[in-house]
Design a protein around this ligand. Structure first.
Ligand SMILES: C[S@@+](CC[C@H](N)C(=O)[O-])C[C@H]1O[C@@H](n2cnc3c(N)ncnc32)[C@H](O)[C@@H]1O
Ligand code: SF4
Length: 317
């Protein structure tokens, strides 16, 4: 059945709170714009990440303590998770390249409590892996295997996932990747589509609504909040947690302005979104407040590239 969204349903609190506690990443993946992010400071000040967590306590949020960075490049991460987990409604999810997830860090993390671990392995052949990540293949494979073993013995559920981006020319490799990881019994083995970040190759606006903004609130390392995790260079800020409450940002004027424009498919009115083609393959014919027929007519029903249609595939995650 074709996925036909009708509208974004904005709640008064975000479902996901994403915090860039450090700007650092130890990998140099060619497909990721992390290396172009020049924000400072290198590490978010303690009072800032604590304030974000305090401002959002008790709302059933899922915290992702990373954005484009590598979460375990921040040595404070087990302590940050411990602080989040003082709230019994909070869940914690990670995407990690696992190269710094040593057995010691794994043990601490499992003791503290982690709900979802997604391992971005992105290669089974050493050539693919090395080329794309620039980090130790052996360490990553060892660290992921250790985590999967320990997670099974934990006295609470930890959802685990190993992932590989469908990099060009890796069809056969993906099958071997799957067969290999099946033996270690993660909950999921998934293959994700390679996408382009806004302003990377897109030449004009794709004026359709955006599904990305419905549930997620993102904080940069300096405490400013951005509309979208794909905003690698801060083109669309929506507030600053150093001077505002996190939930006020979520319900604030700038967020509301962005929502109105994007719900109406007016990406060209926001600099960031004016060069983003996410969701251009989604069927918006049932969307309220957007003339999909006119859009299709104007664009001849053709999208610029083939991308997956399910919103889940776009989660940073
Ligand atoms: C940006 S990383 C940050 C977290 C962590 N450093 C990691 O590697 O998982 C988050 C996820 O985005 C994926 N990713 C990055 N650039 C991508 C792209 N151009 N297309 C598809 N996935 C991408 C990575 O594989 C990873 O799973
Ligand atoms: S249109 Fe693109 S850049 Fe803008 S919020 Fe949506 S996914 Fe992010």
């Amino acid at each position: 059945m074709t996925f036909k969204p009708r509208r974004n349903q904005y709640a008064s609190t975000p479902t996901y709170v994403e915090i860039e506690t450090t700007i650092m990443c130890n990998a140099t993946c060619w497909f990721c714009p992390q290396k172009n992010t020049l924000r400072t400071p290198k590490y978010m000040e303690d009072w800032v990440w604590k304030k974000i967590i305090d401002d959002t306590r008790g709302i059933d949020a899922v915290y992702r303590p990373f954005l484009l960075n590598e979460p375990f490049a921040d040595k404070r991460m087990p302590a940050i998770v411990e602080y989040i987990k003082q709230d019994s409604t909070a869940k914690v999810e990670f995407n990690t390249n696992a190269s710094m997830l040593t057995p010691k860090v794994t043990d601490k993390l499992i003791r503290t409590g982690v709900d979802v671990m997604r391992f971005s392995i992105d290669g089974f052949y050493r050539s693919t892996f090395d080329e794309s990540r620039g980090i130790s293949y052996d360490k990553v494979y060892e660290h992921v295997q250790y985590f999967l073993q320990q997670a099974k013995q934990a006295d609470y559920p930890i959802q685990t996932e190993v992932r590989m981006i469908k990099l060009p020319g890796t069809d056969a490799e993906q099958k071997e990747f799957e067969a290999y990881w099946q033996e270690f019994e993660p909950d999921n083995i998934i293959f994700t589509d390679l996408y382009s970040y806004p302003w990377e190759g897109q030449t004009g606006p794709t004026n359709v609504p955006c599904l990305k903004i419905e549930k997620e609130l993102f904080f940069y390392v300096d405490g400013t909040a951005t509309l979208c995790c794909w905003d690698s260079t801060g083109r669309q800020l929506i507030g600053d947690v150093k001077t505002e409450n996190a939930l006020d940002i979520w319900n604030g004027q700038e967020m509301s302005r962005c929502r109105s424009l994007l719900d109406a498919g007016e990406r060209d009115k926001l600099e960031l979104c004016s060069r983003c083609d996410a969701y251009d393959q989604v069927d918006f014919s049932e969307w309220q407040g957007f003339d999909y027929a006119a859009y299709k007519k104007q664009h001849g029903g053709k999208s610029k590239r083939v991308i997956p249609i399910e919103p889940k595939a776009y989660e940073i995650s």
